[in-house]
Design a protein around this ligand. Structure first.
Ligand SMILES: [Zn+2]
Length: 100
């Protein structure tokens, strides 16, 4: 049986996964590491720390433009407001163009 990796956070660009064996936290870029931007319903990944296979699930199912808007909450807490405004604008543009 493949152990479940804990999906710590899911943003527009990245997933943060915690390995139950090594407790390592790995950031996976949706494009460069996973190869697409589709929600991760169930996917096997290899922990770079211990090499064990993990099953990851529970990704957000919001459309990408909504995820961008949700990501603004973290930007507001961590960074100056203008960056969150930029993120909000990107989400609005993507929603208008119907990009996934
Ligand atoms: Zn591990």
């Amino acid at each position: 049986m493949i152990p479940n990796g804990e999906l710590v956070s899911a943003t527009y660009e990245n997933l943060l996964v915690k390995c139950p064996s090594s407790n390592a936290r790995t950031t996976l870029n949706r494009i460069s590491d996973l190869g697409d931007v589709q929600p991760v319903a169930s996917r096997n990944l290899v922990c770079p720390e211990c090499g064990k296979t993990l099953q990851v699930s529970g990704d957000t199912v919001n459309p990408p433009h909504e995820i961008l808007i949700l990501d603004c909450h973290d930007l507001l807490a961590e960074k100056p407001v203008p960056l969150s405004n930029l993120q909000d604008a990107k989400a609005a543009i993507q929603a208008q163009h119907g990009r996934q």
